[in-house]
Design a protein around this ligand. Structure first.
Ligand code: SAM
Length: 249
């Protein structure tokens, strides 16, 4: 009887569709897949070898939620109403609402940038194609202290930052790709100061990580100007970076 129920479940087209979605999106296989194991082990080893010293000197978090909560608490330790709090890559508003909830306690605003049309390109090394995360331009429901700016950051961010001389206290970058991350970092430099924080998503531990946000960080911020304060020990791991020296631009 149990066997029959189980068989009808695994051969059910809906179950198969759900399993395929998870397999593709999160690159998890339910059967032993030695090829995938080999890829994951090599990537993890490469990530570990690159950051073994940072990993032993920073806080380690096992989930995105934990590193996000820690980051915003840390940011709020020393901040003022004049500081800028920014997120690039808003999607359905999950992370910006988490930050906004904490910022609301001090009546601070957070600025959120997104095209709401998904990726500009395929994400090489994953199964996520161009336009993945496409909301067809629909804005998510957000807390009252969130201001949203719709459009590709390459079209919206410069005007915003050119009109703002305040220090960026918190910059959450979660657009997954090199180009928009590089663009925002390039145009943020003049507003980043000692003790500004950058939470950089999709930093390491996935195929092609060295060509993504990690590269954008290296291309824009010299290694002697920041410290990794917290490291996410999960796939597509995030890092919390604290600027230690002003970036002389
Ligand atoms: C991973 S999602 C963000 C998820 C969100 N931070 C969260 O955790 O709730 C990535 C977002 O980046 C946006 N994005 C990607 N490239 C962009 C670009 N060039 N300009 C603006 N938004 C972009 C996508 O539209 C998508 O909503």
């Amino acid at each position: 009887m149990l066997k029959k129920v189980f068989e009808s479940l695994i051969y059910n087209p809906i179950t198969k569709k759900i399993a395929d979605y998870y397999r593709n999106t999160f690159q998890i296989d339910f059967q032993r897949n030695h090829f995938l194991d080999e890829i994951n082990q090599n990537i993890a080893k490469d990530t570990y070898e690159n950051f073994s010293s940072e990993i032993s000197s920073s806080l380690l978090f096992l989930t995105r939620n934990k590193i996000r909560n820690y980051s915003i608490s840390k940011v709020l330790e020393k901040s003022s109403k004049d500081n800028l709090f920014i997120e690039c890559g808003v999607f359905e508003g999950e992370s910006i609402n988490l930050f906004a909830k904490k910022l609301l306690e001090k009546n601070y605003y957070i600025h959120g940038f997104d095209s709401f049309e998904g990726f500009d390109d395929n994400w090489a090394g994953s199964a996520l194609e161009k336009n993945f995360f496409n909301k067809e331009g629909r804005l998510p429901k957000v807390k009252p202290n969130v201001k949203l700016y719709k459009g590709r950051v390459q079209d919206t961010f410069k005007e915003f930052i050119d009109n703002n001389n305040s220090t960026i206290k918190f910059l959450h970058l979660d657009m997954d790709h090199y180009e928009p991350t590089d663009y925002v970092l390039k145009h943020s430099k003049k507003n980043l100061d000692k003790d500004s924080f950058i939470l950089l998503d999709d930093f390491a531990n996935y195929p092609g990580w060295k060509n993504g946000p990690y590269k954008a960080l290296n291309d824009n911020i010299p290694k002697n100007c920041y410290l990794i304060e917290a490291f996410g020990i999960f796939r597509s791991s995030s890092v919390l970076i604290r600027i230690t020296n002003p970036l002389n631009e």
